[in-house]
Design a protein around this ligand. Structure first.
Ligand SMILES: [Zn+2]
Length: 118
């Protein structure tokens, strides 16, 4: 069981012309960073993606539509954006799993050292 989520790292308003509606005030560039979410662990990965959206014509602007000016601006922001460090957090189930492991190991040790007789 594993899902992949993204959280918004940074948003920029661009002054470039929208390839769809040619407005020069609607473009918004969003950088998102990936979170890996499993039953044991939630972790921030180093992977980022970017998305461009025009708030004027309400259209997602895909890289195939970008002109060289937009590409330059995206590359500039891509270099400037600082990703979150690889943070991770154990979920409660992971602690239960670790606790059970410790109990099993403890039981084996006690049985092998004859502290407990079956
Ligand atoms: Zn537009």
């Amino acid at each position: 069981m594993k899902t992949e989520n993204y959280f918004t790292l940074k948003e920029f308003q661009l002054n470039n012309n929208c390839p769809e509606c040619y407005s020069n005030y609607g473009l918004q560039l969003t950088f998102k960073q990936k979170i890996s979410d499993t039953i044991f662990l939630k972790a921030v990965t180093s992977k980022t993606i970017n998305k461009m959206h025009c708030n004027n014509c309400n259209t997602n602007i895909y890289p195939i539509c970008w002109d060289s000016d937009i590409e330059r601006v995206v590359a500039y922001h891509q270099r400037a954006v600082v990703t979150k460090r690889n943070l991770w957090k154990l979920k409660p189930l992971a602690y239960v799993f670790i606790a059970v492991d410790i109990l099993i190991i403890l039981a084996i040790v006690l049985i092998m050292t004859d502290a407990i007789r079956l």
